[in-house]
Design a protein around this ligand. Structure first.
Ligand code: UDP
Length: 481
């Protein structure tokens, strides 16, 4: 039985579909294309996420990929203070901290894997790896530009006294495109709170990794990748070897009944005619904003599928810990009569829809997205232009890049004196992306990138080769002295 001689590695994503999806994809590639055996260590809680469960139960997982669920964390015990006031990353890190108490014994029981791959927010595992002499790698599930910013953060933190958002100039990460302070991620907008402390804790451990995988590729981010690899600042940190392995995106998946209905509906629509609207694992809008979005969609008279969430005044990531599990009746909060007036033109589904299946359908011609990195990659890989609607985490940075540097998205403007995007602006954006003259350039650009996104991770592509070189290293190590 050859299984016994296949090298074994462990992969450890943090909570959240945006982390689980790309690390699962990495695990699958290692098994299917590089002859490894992989244990995917999954952090679980007493309130399992429906979308996560569905993904992990997929019958399509290859036999040498083992799902190992870590003992469930009782969320109420770990987060004792008023849970609604604990911000997303802090919550995620507290759960991880508790869950990883079992890591050492799990790794020992698994027979000490050849290597362990964490993501940005499971780096506590580095300490355990150190104790057990297991090389620890990190898979940064966001852009190379963001990873460069992250590697620069410790220097910024020691050089700057004030809040970063109060700096008079954009932040110049060496060799990279400057980051406007208004686009900075939530976690670095207030250095006094736990959210920043957790972020800083994990980010400053990046240089400790034996290697860093990036979900990106040369044609998408030439400037940032060159900077990380060649700029003297990054060399002197020193930055571990970086391996661009992207785009690693979710492949076909098991479809729910409602997903099948969406696809059947799409089959009946003309090519490139439908706008898909969904906001990541956690994205939610205020009632006022959601109402304007609904009216804007209706005014545009364009076809759409909308995976709609219950509105909330929370942080913009209101569903992060319960998407797909919560009660959700769109009739209760969408504008009166919206569903009947848009019947036939629009399809509203509660909470969650299979994004990759919809983006991959020939009738889909636009994507209104929160610009999470996975969503951005999935849209590009399927050649679908975007309306950028960033909400939380590093999404404003991603949106700026997609609009200004990559040229595959448009971004709505907030009207002067208001804090939300009005219905006329939504209408204008939707028409622009779907069929307007102005949208032509982005539609053309995204089709070009689609080709390069298919080539990079394919056999002999640059991303395939990068992953293959690390896998070979692991295999050689496995032969031992
Ligand atoms: N997703 C989906 N259906 C939805 C919303 C999201 O399948 O209705 C998937 C999407 O395809 C992507 C992931 O969830 O793979 C979201 O990851 P991303 O990095 O875009 O955002 P995050 O959830 O981390 O904010």
């Amino acid at each position: 039985n050859k299984t016994h001689i296949k090298p074994h590695v462990a992969v450890l994503p943090s909570v959240g579909m945006g982390h689980l999806i790309p690390l699962l994809e990495l695990a699958k590639r290692l098994v299917v294309e590089h002859g490894m055996r992989v244990s995917l260590l999954v952090i679980t809680t007493n309130a399992p996420l429906a979308a996560q469960e569905q993904l992990l139960c997929s019958p399509d997982l290859p036999p040498d990929l083992h799902i190992v669920k870590l003992p469930p964390v009782d969320v109420d015990k770990v987060i004792s203070s008023d849970i609604d006031n604990v911000l997303v990353l802090t919550r995620l890190c507290l759960i991880t901290e508790e869950s990883l108490r079992s890591l050492k014994s799990v790794l020992v029981a698994l027979g000490k894997p050849r290597a362990l791959v964490t993501d940005l927010f499971t780096t506590q595992a580095f300490d355990v790896c150190n104790e057990l002499s297991i090389p620890a790698y990190l898979f940064s599930t966001t852009s190379a530009a963001f990873s460069a910013f992250a590697l620069f953060l410790p220097k910024l933190d020691s050089d700057v006294e004030c809040e970063f958002i109060d700096l008079p100039e954009p932040i110049q990460v060496p060799g990279c495109i400057p980051v406007r302070t208004e686009d900075l991620l939530d976690q670095v907008r207030n250095r006094k709170i736990d959210e920043y402390k957790w972020f800083f804790f994990h980010i400053s451990r990046l240089p400790l990794a034996s290697g860093v995988f990036l979900n990106s590729w040369e044609d998408l981010e030439p400037v940032s990748l060159k900077a990380i690899k060649e700029n003297p600042f990054f060399r002197q940190i020193p930055t571990p070897p970086v391996h661009p392995v992207g785009p690693l995106i979710k492949q076909e998946e098991t479809l729910s009944t409602s997903d099948v209905e969406c696809l059947e509906w799409l089959d009946k629509q003309p090519p490139d005619s439908v706008l898909f609207v969904t906001l990541g694992s956690g994205g939610t809008l205020s009632l006022e904003q959601q109402t304007e979005l609904a009216w804007g969609l209706e005014l545009s008279q364009q076809r759409f599928i909308w995976a709609v969430r219950k509105p909330t005044d929370a942080t913009g990531a209101g569903s992060f810990f319960d998407v797909g599990s919560e009660e959700n009746d769109p009739k209760a909060y969408l504008p009166e009569g919206f569903l009947s007036r848009t019947q036939g033109v629009g399809l509203v589904v509660p909470s969650w829809a299979s994004q990759v299946a919809i983006l991959g359908h020939p009738s889909t011609g636009g994507f209104l997205s929160h610009c999470g990195w996975n969503s951005s990659l999935e849209s590009i890989a399927h050649g679908v232009p975007m309306i950028a609607w960033p909400l939380y985490a590093e999404q404003r940075m991603n949106a700026a890049m997609l609009v200004e540097d990559v040229g595959v998205a448009v971004k709505p403007k907030v009207e002067p004196g208001r804090t939300i995007v009005g219905r006329q602006e939504v209408d204008r954006m939707v028409r622009m992306v779907m069929d307007g003259e102005e949208g032509k350039t982005i539609r053309k650009r995204v089709k070009e990138l689609k080709e390069s996104a298919a080539k990079a991770p394919d056999i002999s592509g640059s991303s395939y080769d990068s992953l293959s070189s690390v896998a070979k290293q692991w295999k050689t190590d496995d032969l031992g002295p």
